[in-house]
Each structure stands twice: as structure tokens, then as C-alpha cells.
Design a binder for this molecule. Structure first.
Ligand code: AMP
Length: 490
């Protein structure tokens, strides 16, 4: 039985990809493209590939290189590919949540990869069940895929427009049909999606620009909110799927989530993060001997802070390259151990020093507390924590794992109390205005919900209630049936 109360839809972070390469193996390009999007999801990965008639799919649990080897890529012949990386912190770490979703439709086999979260999953599902649809999972991505598939006989433009008319929330999507690659972005444009060229006559679609360079691609443009791109043997065409009432790109993508070598809103994220550091230096000055980044995400901001303040930049810890994000550990005890497994202090750099410690964000506060403790144990005399994300006080319903409100450190206590809790000498957060200014845009161009509680797409009560209280429990929530819409296990 599908239990909607125990849904994991609030917890997904993902990367999506599409490849159309008439003269090259799309699986190989997709594989390296997914590598570049690995930071957006480490729990599962998948690729669907079409040779013009048949669509083949491989997906599995783990990192991209755990799911695919050389031989697997050989089993996926064809020139069109659709790929996905997925991450979730929940117990629902199961193959059935892996994407792309694969389904049979009236116009042939279709694969769909989705980044983001819908907020009207329950309503859509009830409506569709009343119309006789049967669901294989509780996932919002399946609902989105079904709306698309049910309307595909009207043509891709109409199918995407129908998704946009009915689905509310955040979605950046790539779709593969036997002969076509499609990409589209929700009318609010919360999650990113970029289209570009691949060689002479190929195209690519990806969550971030960083996926293009390793495979010789060139980004052309970010899809506009509500826009779609359709790629087939005639080339690429853009179309409007729905009018955008409000553009609200996720500010947290700029602060932390996206890779620093990507560009969004036409701005290099590395440079935007450096400017955030400079803003932080002007908003929260303090006398100190060295500016120390929390690697790797704090490095550009620490450089910006150092340049603006004139206080020398100095590495204060080394990060193990082979331990993945501490967040991946599902419980608090493992998360605490995880920080120590990941970071080692450089005592010679820290002993006797007043340290400004720069990081991107505090979510639960576990990481920062451990690092501050490590700085003092390594001989630092003062540790001034500076954070480029404004205080995170509200859960995200649109595809970033921000925990429930009860777990968010800045929602539970004042900044002063939090400073004491993490053991910092002082704690300073960048303001929303400062972060937005660093990107070079205005506040009305962003989703700031996790900082301000202003949700650009209103969140229904039944959703917000569970996420504002305790974290939902997770477990087995669906059985896979074999209908016309088939989720394939591999
Ligand atoms: P914590 O405060 O212990 O929950 O962890 C905060 C750290 O986790 C930040 O410094 C980021 O480097 C990282 N982080 C923040 N948000 C996320 C997220 N949504 N997914 C994974 N890691 C995150």
C-alpha cells in the first residue's frame, strides 16, 4: 500500500542530464556528465539510452562509478540519453526511488528524470486515481511522468504544457523518447536547467553548466522559468509551456548546493561566493590573525573575506577526498563522527591564532560545532564563525534537504544562543540583502523561503504541517506493480 503520510518527497536533491549526440555514444557522454553532477546526489544514479527505436535503462544505488562500469555502458547503445543522480537523507534509500523513471506510452518507451519537489502530489494523485490511474510509488516524479505520458500523443509541447498546468512546485526535468530529447523548467524556475551544444550537431541539457565542459559541450542558455526545449533530428527548438508569474531561483544553489565552477543567472558561482565573503567581511568585521575556510565549500567565501578585510587567508584543516558529505549519514551520532572522519586540523597553522572560520551554511549545527571544537583543541585562541547563508529557519519544500523546522539550529535559538551552542567566540551570518547583492541580482528574483519563510509557491497545510513539526518517518512505502507504467528494477 502506498502511504502518503510517510512520503519521502520532501527530501530529494538531484541532478538531471540529457544528451543528444548523433555521432557519439550518448551513454559515455551521459556517464561523464553525471560524474560532474555527482555533488547533487550520491544515493543512486541512472541512465536511459535510446538508439532511435529501443530505450534501455540502467540504474542502481550508489555513486555514478559504482552503478556503471565500462561493460555497462556498452549495453546502452544509442545517441540519446537521459540521466539522473539522486540523494536523500532518509531511510527510503531504495532502488525504486532511483531514476530515470521508465514507462511505456502510446508513443513508445519514455524515460524521465526529475529534480525538485511537487507540492500538490496528494491532490494530483487523488484526481488521477479517480480517473482510473494506478500508481506504483508515492513519488511525485511518477505523478509528473504520468501526466506527461498521458498527454504525449498530443505532441511534446502540449504534454509539457499540461504538466505545467497541473503540477505545482519545483521541477527541472529531462525526458527521453525513442527519437527525442526534451527538457523543461517549472514556471517559477526554482531549480536550474541549462541547454547547450555538443560538438557540431549535438545538444546537451543539464542541471548545471559544470556538466558541459568535461564532455566538450558548450552551454548556450539557461532555460527560462516555464520554458521547454525539444531536440530531435531537426535540431533544437524552444517553446513556452506556461507563463511565469514569478521567477524565484533558489538562492541556496548559489550559496552552497551548485558547484563553484558552474554559472547561474549568468554569474560564476565561484565569484559570487567570493563576493559573499567580501560582504560578510563588511557586515561582520572582527580583529583576527587568519581567515580559515571550511573546505571545500567555504574556500571562495574565505578568499573574499580575506581580500576585503586584509586578514591573511590560511588553510586550517585538510579534507579527506574519499569520505563523502557528512550529511549522508542518516543519524546524528554518525553525522558527528563523520565530521572527524572528514576533516583534520593543521595544528601548526592554528596554534596561538585568532581565527575567522568561514563556512557556507549552518543547518543542524552539528558540523560547525565539531569544527569549532577542533580549532580550539588545535590551539586557536579565538574562533569567529562567519556564515555566507543567512540563518536557515524554514524547511525547503522544493528539493533541497533542509531538515524539518525542529532540527534547524537557527529556527530553535537566537544567533547569540547558537553562537554559544557551537562554542564560537562570535557568530556572524551574511544578511539576505548581502547574499543577493553578491549574486548581482535583486531579492524578487530568488526563492528565499528557507531564510524568510516566504514560499514563492504556496505550500498546502498538510505538507507544511509534517515538515514544520518532527521529521517524517520513512520506511517501505510502495510496492511495485507491473502495469502499463512500469518501474524497471536493475
Ligand atoms: P549541519 O549544520 O551540521 O547540519 O551541516 C551543515 C553543512 O552541511 C554545511 O556547512 C554544508 O557544507 C552542508 N550542507 C548544507 N546544506 C546541505 C544540504 N542540503 N545537503 C547536503 N549538505 C548540506
Amino acid at each position: 500500500m502506498v502511504d502518503l503520510e510517510r512520503d519521502d518527497r520532501l527530501k530529494e536533491e538531484c541532478g538531471v542530464l540529457g544528451v543528444y549526440s548523433p555521432n557519439q555514444e550518448a551513454a559515455r557522454i551521459g556517464f561523464f556528465g553525471l560524474f560532474a553532477l555527482q555533488h547533487r546526489g550520491q544515493e543512486s544514479a541512472g541512465l536511459a539510452v535510446s538508439d532511435g527505436t529501443k530505450v534501455r535503462l540502467r540504474r542502481g544505488m550508489g555513486l555514478v562509478n559504482q552503478v556503471f562500469n565500462e561493460a555497462d555502458l556498452g549495453d546502452l547503445p544509442g545517441h540519446i540519453a537521459c540521466g539522473h543522480t539522486r540523494y536523500s537523507t532518509t531511510g527510503a534509500s531504495e532502488i525504486r526511488n532511483a531514476q530515470p523513471i521508465f514507462c511505456q506510452s502510446q508513443v513508445g518507451e519514455i524515460a524521465i528524470a526529475h529534480n525538485g519537489n511537487l507540492i500538490n502530489t496528494r491532490e494530483l494523485r487523488e484526481e488521477m486515481e479517480a480517473d482510473g490511474e494506478h500508481f506504483d510509488s508515492s513519488s511525485d516524479s511518477e505523478i509528473l511522468a504520468r501526466i506527461f505520458v498521458l498527454n504525449m500523443h498530443l505532441g511534446p509541447e502540449a504534454a509539457v504544457a499540461e504538466v505545467m498546468r497541473r503540477a505545482k512546485g519545483a521541477y527541472s526535468v529531462t525526458v527521453l523518447t525513442p527519437r527525442m530529447l526534451i527538457g523543461f523548467r517549472d514556471p517559477t524556475g526554482i531549480r536550474p536547467l541549462v541547454v547547450g551544444k555538443l560538438g557540431e550537431d549535438g545538444y546537451m541539457i543539464a542541471s548545471e553548466t559544470c556538466a558541459f565542459h568535461p564532455v566538450g559541450g558548450t552551454p548556450i542558455q539557461e532555460l527560462e522559468p516555464g520554458e521547454m526545449v525539444i531536440i530531435d533530428h531537426n535540431g533544437m527548438r524552444l517553446a513556452c509551456g506556461a507563463k511565469s508569474e514569478r521567477k524565484a531561483m533558489c538562492l541556496f544553489e548559489f550559496i552552497y548546493f551548485a558547484r563553484p565552477d558552474s554559472a547561474m543567472y549568468g554569474t560564476s558561482l565561484y565569484s559570487a561566493r567570493e563576493r559573499m565573503g567580501a560582504e560578510l567581511a563588511s557586515e561582520h568585521k572582527v580583529e583576527a590573525d587568519i581567515v580559515v575556510p571550511v573546505p571545500d565549500s567555504g574556500i571562495p567565501a574565505a578568499l573574499g573575506y580575506s581580500a576585503a578585510s586584509g586578514i591573511p587567508f590560511r588553510e586550517g584543516m585538510v579534507k579527506s577526498r574519499y569520505i563523502h558529505r557528512t550529511f549522508i549519514a542518516p543519524d546524528q551520532r554518525m553525522r558527528e563522527l563523520g565530521v572527524r572522519m572528514k576533516l583534520t586540523a593543521l595544528e601548526d597553522h592554528l596554534r596561538g591564532k585568532r581565527v575567522i572560520l568561514v563556512d557556507d551554511s549552518i543547518v543542524r549545527g552539528t558540523t560547525t560545532k565539531q569544527i569549532v571544537k577542533m580549532m580550539f583543541e588545535s590551539g586557536a585562541t579565538e574562533v569567529h564563525v562567519r556564515i555566507t547563508a543567512p540563518p536557515i529557519k524554514f524547511p525547503c519544500f522544493y528539493g533541497i534537504d533542509m531538515a524539518s523546522k525542529g532540527e534547524l539550529a537557527a529556527a530553535k535559538m537566537s544567533i547569540e544562543e547558537l553562537g554559544k551552542e557551537i562554542g564560537a567566540t562570535t557568530l556572524g551570518y551574511l544578511s539576505i540583502e548581502g547574499a543577493v547583492k553578491a549574486v548581482g541580482k535583486t531579492k524578487d528574483q530568488f526563492c528565499l523561503a528557507c531564510f524568510s519563510g516566504d514560499y514563492p509557491i504556496p505550500v498546502p497545510n498538510n505538507l507544511s504541517k509534517s515538515a514544520f513539526d518532527e521529521p517524517p518517518e520513512f520506511g517501505e512505502i510502495a510496492t511495485i506493480s507491473h502495469g502499463q507504467f512500469k518501474l524497471i528494477e536493475m
